[in-house]
Design a protein around this ligand. Sequence first.
Ligand SMILES: [Zn+2]
Length: 289
Amino acid sequence: MVKCNFCNEEVERLEISHIIPKFIYKWLKDTSTIKRMRSSVNPNKPAQDGYKIPFLCKKCESNFSQYEKYFSENIFKPFIDSNDITIFKNIDFAKINKFISSLIWRVAKYSINNPELNGNYKKDEIKLFNTYTNDIQENYNLNTKINFNTYFIPLTEEFAKKNIFQNIDFVYFERSIAMDFIIFDNYNGVASVIIKFPFMLIVCEYISSRHQEWQGFKINEGKFEYSKEYKIPQYINYFIEFDKNRHYSIMEDLPKHQLDDIIKKAKDMKETDGTYKAKLKNYNHGIFL
Ligand SMILES: [Zn+2]
């Protein structure tokens, strides 16, 4: 018998769960001419539909999936089509809250306790952050608001023009997936769960930045916080730079024959291809990589 990571119930076997929901990988694959993906967790292992591990019982898995579906249909897909943040105005935010809390819980639980990923955390840090992750779980179960500052940052042309990002690269913005728990020692010890989806970044601060460096983007108050001017803290720009390099280094780590294969297929890229569209945006913004 094994214990479900979420409800602690003993079950025969755990479901093979996606930490990052499957619909994110599916969208990336559906909008790609090259039907092939790699995972940043293990770059040498092709991850056709995302990184999966035995994690949840069947009941929890299906419980989470209804909110994944709601987020996918009411935020993710409409936002990618329109890039319009007003989509947050006419939705059931209680359901979005369920999705966001389940997502942060999964990423935090997995990242903080996986010895391959958490090499530098101290024992007491792991203990503390696990209690915070339990708080998120309670928010999910009781339908209460997340007590940690949580933000939704659109990675779109509109926000690129607002000069809030130091690094603009639409291939990274629109075509990469990542998850992380990072303690920014050089940045007042801020600790954040960070989830990178195509076109968006979701950040949950377990330890918040001391100064008022955010303006807008907040989503843990039952609404999206609109603002006349938007601002992100410098550590988010550090993360974008780091994660962008990681995104590209996965490609560079490929064995040469696989790379040749990808380049060959890339020549056949269609105008409907997501990477083609993102590269065109880079070109139009004078970004050459
Ligand atoms: Zn369970």
